[in-house]
Write a protein of this length. Structure first.
Lengths: 503, 156
């Protein structure tokens, strides 16, 4: 392995390989920063062009875009409060709150370094544990996936600074909204009321950008960011100090990296869920829970570490089994097939240079992302010093085009506006937005997995509860949901005992 | 009052959509059926909304004061920014409507929108208008070129 890895390394340090890597990351960061556009769209557009390139060069370019796209989405999330992609939803919550406190540079520095560390740790896992982990992951069945999704839904109530009751309503409402449209299993329409535009349900991007962007922009109009936040332009020394401060959160970094990698390994679950899980677990285990949603550094670190770690995780089933871990992995596999290379278990035997080259390219893309984004921080933070009368209309135009570009459908802009209104109403009702979006993302997955699991057992629930992974995860969910009651009972008991001793 | 309205509206929506689940065609082969998940969500939403409404009514009765509506007393409504926000949303709706008609090319419509939305935000500081005009002239053709040429977006 070491000889093959060394060969791959020698190829990756060639000027042409480095050029593709940096080009990919720059393109990915740029596209990822624009709300609505993402690395996936750019990868799909560039895929035909990679046919004329060397096989490994094509992979280097596409992986660069993939890593750059996921990392770049934090830029608009932190600076504008508008997530560039679904994977940056959780970064928006605390990242933008930090930005409004005048800590935009610090939020970016923590996010970038978290992304780098998350990517690197998942890269190490990818290098050494790809085959055994992928073989475990493919044993997961529908009900196990369902249990993981339920865990995400249970954690919804703890997301954000608002009252859990309103958070839970927002989360359940998000799941409900995700049921609108054609139901594939039963082949029947739900809540479409005969409106053809609702037949396909709502796509994630118009919902996400509408709910976040319009609400945020109206908030900016009503209470513009303070002069303090606008005036701060970090110097390189400040940035380096901020980068160093990420090591105050070693447990958070390692936990979010492992969690993100594991979520990435599970096929069909994307970077957004990696970020959601990492963030919610960080919040649950934090000593400063009340700071989450108000600009907690731990929140930014967890979300960014988690979402970047999913990339390495998603590469595991692709390289080891030939099963794409995410939508972007499908494009990477397509690029391999274009060059007559069959992705799958034999890839490491037949084409070790490609196998180790992809892993090496992932490491190099993370390093390139770190360098490019750190050098760009002081420039990026200038975005928020652009006067609002120029910035806000332009951001809205970008949101509209981004939403339209995703599916090339102008009607999606109306959906975005509609969810903007829902976001405004939820703001008025003091309901947090993040649980709504999380519910919307997780809902379809939960329903699909549960229904397919029950169909496999002819509707019997008991065989499903005998699955150890699912049962353990569901037991944890129950414990988390009941924890406030248990804690209250335990403290009440302790108080009575101490009172008894005093008497 | 805010709690009462929030709870009341949410409850009404939950009841309405629960009733709408009866319109969903439910085949026999699926153990859960397409009605299961929406109902599973709507019932707890209705229960929690009722609780919020009940709390709101209790607060209203207990305090019986015009300020006790669940809102932050320190938060006062300033009409100028609120009107600007409303105007921004209305302009955005007109812009999206204009794009959907495909009657006006993207570049012109976006230029007009940028000027309009910018004017809503700068008024009455008219010295900033040249900046706004500059943006409205430069940005739309660049955006149209990039999105049409490189990202193959079907813009009007």
């Amino acid at each position: 392995m070491s000889a093959q890895l060394w060969e791959a390394f020698q190829y990756l340090v060639l000027p042409s390989s480095l050029g593709w890597c940096f080009l990919g990351v720059i393109l990915g960061v740029t596209v990822g920063a624009i709300p609505g556009l993402g690395g996936g769209l750019l990868m799909a557009l560039l895929l035909p062009m990679t046919f004329t390139m060397e096989n490994l060069d094509a992979q280097i370019l596409l992986i660069g875009i993939y890593v750059g796209g996921v990392s770049g989405s934090m830029i608009s999330a932190i600076l504008l409060g508008v997530p560039g992609a679904p994977s940056a939803v959780m970064t928006t919550i605390d990242g933008h709150a930090m930005c409004r406190k005048g800590l935009a540079g610090r939020a970016l520095a923590l996010g970038i370094t978290g992304s780098f560390i998350g990517g690197s740790i998942s890269g190490v896992i990818l290098l050494f544990l790809a085959v055994p982990l992928a073989s475990i992951a493919i044993r997961f069945q529908s009900f196990d996936y369902f249990a993981f999704v339920v865990m995400g839904l249970v954690l919804i109530a703890f997301t954000g600074e608002q009252a859990p009751l309103r958070g839970l309503i927002a989360g359940l409402f998000g799941v409900f909204v995700s049921t609108v449209g054609f139901d594939n299993v039963a082949a029947s329409s739900r809540f479409t009321f005969g409106i053809p535009a609702l037949a396909n349900g709502f796509d994630i991007l118009p919902v996400l950008i509408g709910a976040f962007a319009i609400r945020q922009i109206l908030e900016d109009i009503q209470s513009p960011p303070s002069h303090q936040s606008v005036g701060v332009r970090p110097k390189l020394t400040d940035i380096m100090r901020d980068i160093g401060s990420i090591f105050r959160y070693p447990v958070n970094l390692v936990r979010s990296s492992i969690l993100g990698t594991w979520i990435g390994i599970l096929p069909g679950i994307g970077a957004n869920i990696g970020a959601i899980m990492s963030y919610t677990v960080a919040q649950l285990t934090s000593r400063n829970k009340e700071q989450f949603g108000k600009g907690a550094e731990e929140g930014v670190v967890a979300a960014e570490t988690g979402n970047n770690a999913t990339i390495g995780g998603a590469l595991v089933p692709m390289l080891a089994m030939g099963i794409p871990g995410s939508g972007q992995d499908v494009l990477l596999m397509a690029a391999l097939i274009l060059h007559a290379v069959e992705p799958g278990p034999l890839l490491v035997i037949d084409h070790p240079e490609i196998f180790y080259g992809i892993i090496g390219a992932y490491f190099f893309a993370n390093i390139a992302m770190l360098i490019i984004m750190i050098l760009a921080i002081s420039w990026l933070t200038r975005i928020i010093s652009v006067p609002l009368f120029l910035l806000l209309p332009l951001v809205l135009v970008f949101c509209v085009i981004g939403v339209v570009a995703a599916n090339n459908r102008l009607e999606d802009a109306w959906v975005m506006l509609g969810f903007g209104f829902i976001g405004i109403l939820m703001s008025w009702a003091r309901m947090p937005l993040a649980p709504f979006v999380i519910g919307f993302i997780l809902g379809p997955m939960a329903e699909e997995r549960l229904r397919s699991a029950l169909m496999s057992t002819d509707g019997a629930i008991m065989p499903l509860l005998q699955r150890p992974i699912a049962t353990t995860v569901l037991a944890i969910c129950l414990l988390v949901a009941l924890w406030p009651l248990i804690w209250r009972a335990v403290t009440a008991l302790g108080w009575r005992r101490s009172k008894h001793v005093d008497v | 009052m805010q709690n009462v309205l929030t709870g009341g509206i949410t409850l009404a929506l939950a009841v309405f959509f629960y009733a709408a689940t009866y319109l969903i065609n439910d085949p026999d082969f699926d153990p859960l059926g397409p009605r299961f998940l929406p109902r599973l969500m709507l019932v707890p939403i209705a229960v929690m909304a009722s609780w919020i409404m009940f709390q709101g009514i209790r607060e209203l009765r207990a305090q019986n004061s015009p300020r006790d509506d669940g809102s932050d007393p320190a938060r006062t409504v300033s009409w100028n920014p609120t009107l600007r926000a409303i105007a921004t949303v209305v302009l955005l709706a007109l812009y999206i409507g204009g794009l959907n008609t495909r009657a006006v090319p993207f570049e012109y419509l976006t230029g007009v929108y940028l000027v309009g939305a910018g004017l809503v935000l700068v008024a009455p500081d008219w010295r900033r208008i040249p900046w706004l005009l500059g943006l409205a002239i430069l940005a739309p053709p660049i955006l149209a070129y990039v999105f049409r040429r490189f990202l193959f977006v079907n813009l009007p």
